[in-house]
Design a binder for this molecule. Structure first.
Ligand code: NDP
Length: 321
């Protein structure tokens, strides 16, 4: 037997139970990995609470790093003992997880297991947000909410390396300090941020807003954009944005709005490997510093969710089986 987190119904963090389960068996084209660390991502709180529908019994988790224990039929590019990571598995809140070969990312020697588990989902997200949802160019000014969060700390560093000016929002002094250390040029609190962004940009506004907070920030995010600016709404940590009149994009200055999700930006092996390689290389050569803000034993997944939803975490949150 092995252990995994299992929920039998939607609800609060308490529905996440530590249970004994049969270890999964890799099918054709799959790998079985012994999970060294599983990444916790905000989407799992939406799935757990019922905002996103799932099937029960439900084991959360898309992200993990670990060592291959067994390979299914037809697997050629990976062997038992190799270290791999993924952003696109299922049921990774577990001691063992199955990963499709085409979604497995080889982990370079210079990247440790915790970094490897921390990077794939939020790193690939940061990569597609700044390259593909909206292409940030040197000299652009960017507003990024939750600057000390998992995506926030990675995206800030990548944007600074690109030559952008980065304005972030955060909710505490500790988070402000972390956001600054990641390279943010200006760190704001949420209250009144749209007016402050105008002041900081000589009345013009920013080229792009990356908004993963959603309901609480959406209106002021739109107000922070310059003419022909882009609103990239990529999450809903404060709740979903209510229905919206597209005419507001006209009034705001011919703005554009997109609501992207990672799966659409890793459409094939080439695209996945390109994004992952750039992120892992940046971590291996020190350009990108990865902050694991908290680790929890797997059995304490519920507490990890409480802390993530309670805005108590910074950087990446990991579960350790
Ligand atoms: P974070 O580590 O950024 O945690 C969320 C942060 O949001 C909190 O720490 C908090 O920072 C901020 N926040 C603001 N308001 C609230 C609120 N009411 N309740 C809780 N948190 C709030 O998480 P991630 O980096 O994992 O994800 C950030 C966002 O990106 C999420 O919305 C997530 O769903 C989204 N996402 C989207 C992806 C995509 O492809 N579309 C992929 C990955 C993530 P503070 O206290 O400073 O305000």
């Amino acid at each position: 037997m092995s252990h995994a987190i299992v929920a039998n119904k939607p609800g609060g963090p308490e529905v996440l139970e530590y249970a004994s389960v049969e270890p999964p068996v890799p099918g054709a084209g799959q790998l079985l990995i012994k999970v060294a660390a599983a990444g916790v991502n905000f989407i799992e709180t939406y799935q757990r609470s019922g905002i996103y529908k799932v099937q029960y019994p439900f084991t959360p988790g898309a992200e993990a790093a670990g060592t291959i224990e067994a390979v299914g039929e037809g697997v050629e590019d990976f062997a038992v003992g190799d270290r791999v990571a993924t952003a696109e598995a299922t049921k990774t809140y577990a001691e063992y997880a199955v990963v499709d070969v085409d979604k497995a990312l080889p982990v370079p020697a210079g990247v440790d297991d915790h970094t490897a588990a921390a990077l794939p989902l939020q790193g690939i997200t940061a990569h597609y947000l700044m390259n593909s949802s909206f292409r940030v160019e040197p000299g652009h000014t960017v507003l990024l909410h939750a600057g000390a969060g998992g995506v926030g700390l990675l995206l800030t560093q990548l944007l600074k390396a690109r030559g952008a000016r980065v304005i972030t929002t955060v909710s505490s002094d500790e988070k402000a300090e972390l956001s600054r250390l990641a390279g943010a040029d200006e760190v704001l609190r949420y209250e009144g941020f749209a007016d402050k962004v105008r002041e900081l940009t000589d009345g013009e506004g920013v080229n792009v807003v990356y908004d993963g907070v959603g309901k609480d920030t959406f209106d002021d995010s739109l107000r922070s954009l310059r003419i022909r600016g882009a609103m990239v709404l990529f999450g809903a940590a404060s709740g979903p944005v209510p229905p919206f009149d597209p005419q507001r994009l006209n009034a705001g200055g011919s703005l554009s709005l997109t609501r992207p999700t990672m799966g659409h930006f890793v459409q094939n092996a080439h695209e996945r490997r390109w994004r992952a390689a750039e992120i892992f290389d940046a971590a291996a050569n020190g350009t990108l510093s990865v902050r694991v803000g908290a680790t929890y034993p797997l059995a304490e997944a519920a507490q990890a969710h409480r802390d993530l939803e309670g805005r108590k975490t910074t950087g990446k949150v990991l579960l350790l089986p």
